[in-house]
Design a protein around this ligand. Structure first.
Ligand SMILES: [Cu+2]
Length: 302
């Protein structure tokens, strides 16, 4: 019974860190650097924060909205071939909405919720940007511009957008859709997960055959096949030399190996190889020294 209890306690102790994922809250640690730029020492950052200046064309704040966006690897699982994603791929708000975004990064890497195309007179570089080194949360507020426009929202860490962390935010009716939004719009580059490798090879060969012939005036370019042939001939030459050496050495080695166990033979062969390599290195370094010293002798005569 005591054993059972202690096992139970151990299981609870070890599973606790897995169950209770701790999120660092950057909002309590941020320092205001001015111009809507807030930052802390733990990898949290807000850029383009604007909670009170109305963008040109907005008479008043139309709505006050708050959203929570989660980011992480697990949200990409439903999108084949993607690695990272937000939990939401499309947002829609009225023009002149005051929007607060609570960004929760659930991965152990850095992620961003970066919005582009905002008016530059109000948002530095036209960006509103939340960044969190996870697992953690961070919050920021902006006021959306007037007019119908579709804004790109993504994570700008290298390759995170390409791997799926991309969304669109439509103000009003938006002005169209952006490409490669997981689950929303078609990928610019679509991967084919159905075709097996042999099929792909067959298709590539077929494409190569049906390619238009090179003009007669063009100089003959070395084709892949001829390069392959040259390599083949080099390899076969080396093989022939090796075989000949092996045949010559066989009687000598047979005598040497008489009465040796398998491992002893292997050790002996490796020893031979090692001394051969050492000899080659020594010869090479002597050659290099020779060339070097010749140069030194020539130089003063100039
Ligand atoms: Cu990211």
């Amino acid at each position: 019974m005591v054993k059972l209890l202690s096992v139970g306690v151990l299981i609870v102790l070890f599973s606790a860190p897995v169950v209770a994922q701790e999120y660092e809250d950057h909002d309590t640690m941020l320092m205001d650097h001015g111009d809507g730029h807030l930052m802390d020492m733990a990898g949290g950052m807000v850029m383009g924060q604007n909670a009170d200046t109305l963008p040109g064309g907005c008479d008043s704040i139309s709505e006050t909205k708050e959203i929570t966006v989660h980011a992480g690897h697990k949200y990409a699982e439903k999108f084949p071939g993607r690695m990272f994603a937000f939990d939401t791929q499309e947002f829609n708000f009225k023009p002149c909405t005051k929007l607060t975004v609570h960004f929760v990064n659930e991965d152990n890497v850095r992620h961003q919720w970066m919005m582009h195309g905002l008016p530059k007179y109000l948002y530095p570089k036209g960006m509103f940007h939340l960044e969190a080194t996870g697992p953690s949360k961070i919050s920021g507020t902006l006021i959306l511009p007037p007019g119908d426009k579709t804004y790109l929202v993504h994570c700008d860490i290298a390759q995170h957008m390409e791997k799926g962390m991309k969304a669109q935010l439509k103000v009003g009716k938006g002005d169209g859709d952006l490409p490669s939004i997981p689950g929303v719009t078609a990928y610019v580059v679509t991967d084919d997960y159905k075709a097996a490798l042999p099929e792909l090879v067959a298709k590539a060969e077929k494409d190569a055959l049906s390619a238009p012939p090179i003009a007669a005036t063009a100089p003959p370019a070395p084709s892949v096949k001829t390069v392959q042939k040259e390599e083949d001939s080099i390899i076969s030459g080396v093989t022939v030399i090796g075989l000949a050496l092996g045949l010559l050495a066989a009687p000598f080695l047979a005598r040497k190996f008489k009465g040796m166990s398998g491992s002893e033979v292997v050790a002996y062969v490796f020893d031979l190889l090692r001394s051969f390599v050492e000899l080659v290195v020594k010869l090479l370094s002597r050659l290099i020294n020779l060339v070097g010293s010749n140069k030194n002798k020539i130089l003063p005569e100039k």
